[in-house]
Structure formats: C-alpha cells, structure tokens
Write a new protein. Structure first.
Lengths: 433, 158
C-alpha cells in the first residue's frame, strides 16, 4: 500500500491536508484531514447581548466578515421579529455584493489562475502576466471600497447594526461608487477573456448535488429563506428553520470538520451551486459569459466552480450598479436603526457567503442574551463533497505519479475556494549565523 | 508626484502584532509629521492599498518583525529581498488567503514600480488582546523618532 500525502494544503479553511492510499490501481482511503483546532466561538457568545453578537462572530473570517456579520444580524432580527426597511435591505445587499467582488477577485487572480498556468504563485504570475494580477487587484479594491463605504471599513463592518445602519451613506458617496463600478464594467470582458484563455482543467467528472439559496431575486445573496438542493434533475426544498436536514453534521475520525449530507449524499455549495439552482440569473452578459466559458449546467467537473465565480463577478458588478441606481432613484432616507424589542425565541438566517451557504441560528432569552448559537460555514458543508471529489480525481487519474496526483488534488481543493481567517501575521528576520 | 506614503500593518487585537498600526496612528497625530508624508493604518492586508501606489515613487511599510534584537528595536529593510527570512519569499505562496507582508511588498515592487522600505519593529510575543505590551509602549517615543528620521531619508532620496 502506497500513500500520497499533502501534509499542509495551502489556502484552506484552517489547517488541513489530504491523504490518499493506493494499492496498485486500487484507490483505498481518501481523507480530507482538517486538523484545525476547535474555535469555540459559538460558546464565546453565550450570555452576550444581541448587539454584541455580530461584531464577535464576524471574526470567524476576515475574507467573509461581511457575510458573517450580516447573517448574524438577520438571525437576531428573525429571533425578535424585526423586519428592516427596504432601503436597509438594499444597502445590505450592496455590502454583500462588495464582499463577493473582492473575494472572487482575490481567489481567481491571486490563487487559482497561477495553478492553470503551472505557476507557483501570484508573484510568478505578476512576472509573466502582470495585467492579470493588476486586474485582480483593481477588482479587489473595488469590492473593498464598497465595503468601506457601506460597512464603515473593509473588514469586519461596524456600520451594519441590528435594525439597520449606524450611518446611511451620502448621495455623493453612492455617486462615487457608481463611477467606480462603471469603470469596472469595462473590466468584465477582460475577466471572461482571461478565464476563457486558460488551459482546460478536467481531472474528474461525476454527478454532483448542488445546494444554494433560491432567493426571490436570483442574484441577491442576502434575501430568501429557501434552500434548494438540485441533484440529477430533482429539486428538493428546505426552509431556513429546517436547516439541520442539510447541515446534519456527523463527526468523522480523521477530521475536525464534521461532514453533512442530504438524502445520504454529500453536496456542493458555492458559485457553481448558485448558478445551478438559479439558472434564471443567466441572461444578458451572464449568459454570454457562461457560453464563452463553455460552462454547462449542471456541471460534473468541480473545477467549473472557478468559471462560475468569473460569471458571478460580472453579475455582481452589474447588480451592485443596479442597486445604486435604485437607491439614487428612490432617494436616500436618513433612516435610524429600528428600535429592537427583545423577546425569548430562536432565529435562523441562511445567506450566500462568497463560498456558499452560511447558516447562523441563535436562541435568545427574554433579556436578549444568547443561550445557544449554531454557526455552519460553507467550507464545513462542502467538506464531505470535497473528499468525494478528491477520490474521483485519484480514481480518474490514469497516471499514478505522485506529482500529478498532488497537483490535481491541490487544484481541485482550491477550486472550492476554501477559506481561512488570518488574524496574525509576522515578518521573520533572517537569523544571524 | 504624490507624497511619500507610510503604511502601518498589524492586527491591533493581537497585542504587539499590532505595533505597525499603533505607530501609524501615533504618527498621524504627531505634529512633527512632515508635509511630504501621508500615513495609513493598513490593518493586515497590504494589497488593499495597491491603488495607493499610483503616482508614488516610494512607500514605507511599518510592521512587526520577529528578530533576535531587543523588543522595540527598529530595523530597516530596503525591498523584499534584503535580509528577510527567505521562506517568506518562497514562490509557492504557501500562506493562506492573503500574501504575507513580504510577498505583498515584492508583488507591489514588481507591478507598481514603487520602491518599498520596510521599517521592522522587533517584538517578542503575540497574544490575544488589544493594546501593546508595556515594554513596547515604553519604546514608542524612540520608535517614532527613528521612523521620522527614516521618512526624512526616504524623502531625500526621492
């Protein structure tokens, strides 16, 4: 029995690796080993007041801090029966689009594209295709600017609060954002051209179940309460309150990430799932981008998640622009956050974070303090399906060379865009001899 | 040409790791801050400020360093390849989502043709919690003096 081990898989949610056992042509165990320690954030918020929860739980992730923050607010508001104003809904959606733009731009151009070109990093990509990296940085900055303008800062927004926003942006700020987005529209064709120019990456094909929010407006990551699981032509529907049918987390011996399944099968969440569940979104520029990228839905190749992110990037820029036009057309109202009347009860919110379904569910006591919190991230929901795809990659790899298997596994893992929060960084100086 | 830009990096919620941001905040309020310089408290994502490099010849990045010198000592590194641990320049980009500060400096040097000076402040520990350690806090006046001298030197070389 031979083992292929990736001890430290770069760019995953926490620390993880992959272990594959091979017995000649027979594939034995394939494990996605997530050995990140428990973070205990759900315990940390027990006893805290409702207005402290969002800032604490946004710290789960710096890349997805808007998603955690807004999903947290929505869960608390659901628990207290609060319905925010249409203007708040629009501003929150805009904030969410900003996060998706920065997250997808970072992933595609700094993490995924180098893989396709057999380059080790964004630094190497900058040497051979500087325009690609500059494009990614430009779009990342656009997303960050939306987050700063609406959320108060680019990471861990402070302006989104229970019942609304601390401060409503000014008309001038929205006009500046509109100008930046109009400039970005010019980049959209370049994004699709670049992605279409990449060599094909087909390491495995298999039928996949996809789970995503079916929102009333298909490109709204924040609205809606119905999750649809699409599998082999069937569509099953789950309400927010029934989320444990989907997030039925089971412990596995080799991983600290629990595995979930639906109807006994693992499933995939993220961009590819969103487009599969919401095909009505694919009109106009998005339909053209999908065709240009030869993205066929439902996809059988997990690498297509990168193409789906590119399509979404185009759609997010378009949608952000529409939201701003609507806000300007309707006229901005200087709304104060709604007054919250706390009560005992449970509230659940499901939204679409850049990497897929994100669930926050809280139970409050009569004083508005949390007695139980449950947070389920997209990477946790994807864990079982990632493992399934890793197995298929190895099974369908005709070459048994370790280097080839490792490269294909790493690229497949990165196509899921797994996420990690990065709180500390240090520069290490060369030690004196 | 835009003014010389100083960007402080670090996580203010991780003790001395946040020293770059703390220095930037104090520098921004310091009456000695010269007119030819601008200051940004940059958090932990240098790439977010790539657009700020347009029209600048030089930037100064202030960050915590793990070194064998006394905590609070200031060391100057010209560019990403000058005396810093080679592992941080490893092109495999094994860091998680963001590039390390040194990798980000290299990337910006390549893409933006901007000269980056890293002002490293030696720290001895990183702990969860806001605020600097008493040792580093006590060294802050000397750190600011050093930084102002460095800004003056960089400005004269522009």
């Amino acid at each position: 029995m031979k083992k292929v081990v990736i001890e430290h898989l770069a760019r995953v949610e926490g620390h993880g690796g992959i272990t594959v056992e091979l017995d000649g042509k027979k594939v034995g165990k394939v494990h996605f080993d997530v050995f990140e320690g428990a973070r205990l954030l759900e315990s940390l918020v027990r006893g805290k007041r409702y207005d402290e929860i969002s800032p604490i739980l946004s710290r789960i992730c710096s890349i997805c801090s808007v998603a955690h923050s807004l999903t947290s607010l929505k869960a608390s508001e659901n628990a207290f029966g609060v319905k925010v104003s249409p203007q708040t809904e629009l501003l929150r959606e805009l904030l969410y689009q900003g996060e998706n733009i920065q997250s997808h731009a970072l992933h595609l151009f700094l993490l995924a594209v180098p893989d396709y070109l057999d380059l080790p990093s964004a630094i190497a990509l900058a040497a051979s295709k500087p325009d690609a990296v500059l494009l990614g940085l430009r779009l990342k900055k656009l997303g960050n600017t939306i987050q700063e303008t609406i959320g108060g800062r680019a990471v861990h927004p402070v302006n989104a609060v229970p019942g609304g926003f601390g401060t409503v942006p000014t008309v001038d700020q929205l006009i500046d954002l509109r100008k930046a987005l109009i400039e970005a529209v010019k980049d959209c064709d370049t994004v699709i051209d670049l992605m279409a120019s990449l060599p094909p990456a087909e390491f495995c094909h298999c039928d996949t179940a996809y789970a995503a929010l079916r929102s009333p407006n298909a490109d709204n990551y924040y609205a809606g309460d119905e999750v649809v699981v699409a599998s082999n032509g069937d569509r099953s529907s789950i309400s927010g309150a029934e989320y444990k049918k989907l997030a039925n987390e089971q412990s596995v011996l080799h991983s600290h990430a629990k595995h979930s399944s639906f109807g006994g099968k693992p499933f995939m969440v993220g961009s590819l799932a969103r487009l599969t569940v919401n095909p009505q979104r694919l009109t106009g520029k998005l339909a053209a981008a999908t065709e240009r990228l030869q993205l066929k839905l439902p996809a059988t190749n997990p690498m297509d998640n990168n193409k789906a992110q590119a399509v979404e990037l185009v759609g997010d820029i378009e949608r952000a622009l529409e939201i701003i036009e609507q806000l300007l057309h309707d006229g901005l109202k200087d709304e104060r956050p709604l007054k919250i009347q706390v009560r005992a009860g449970t509230g659940t919110a499901i939204t679409e974070a850049p990497r897929g379904l994100l669930i926050h569910s809280y139970t409050y006591d009569a004083e508005g303090r949390i007695t139980a919190a449950d947070v389920i991230t997209p990477t946790a929901l994807n864990a079982a399906n990632m493992e399934l795809h890793f197995r298929r990659v190895v099974e369908q790899c005709a070459e048994r060379e370790d280097k080839v298997i490792v490269k294909r596994l790493e690229m497949t893992a990165r196509a899921y865009d797994p996420c990690i929060s990065c709180s500390v960084h240090l520069v290490r100086k060369q030690q004196r001899q | 040409m835009k003014p010389l830009l100083a960007i402080g990096l670090g996580n203010p919620l991780m003790g001395d790791d946040g020293v770059g941001c703390a220095v930037a905040e104090r520098l921004a309020c310091d009456p000695r801050l010269p007119e030819y310089a601008e200051v940004i408290c940059g958090g932990s994502d240098l790439l977010r400020y790539a657009g700020e490099m347009e029209g600048r010849d030089r930037i100064v990045v202030i960050d915590a360093i793990q070194s064998d010198t006394e905590p609070g000592s200031v060391e100057i590194f010209e560019g990403a390849g000058s005396g810093l641990d080679d592992r941080q320049l490893d092109e495999s980009q094994d860091h998680v989502h963001n590039l390390s500060a040194v990798q980000a400096i290299r990337l910006l040097e390549m893409l933006k043709s901007v000269r980056c000076t890293l002002v490293g402040i030696s720290i001895s520990s990183v702990t969860v919690g806001a605020g600097l350690s008493p040792t580093l806090d006590a060294r802050m006046p000397a750190i600011l003096d050093n930084l102002l001298q460095e800004l003056s030197r960089c400005s004269s070389e522009q």
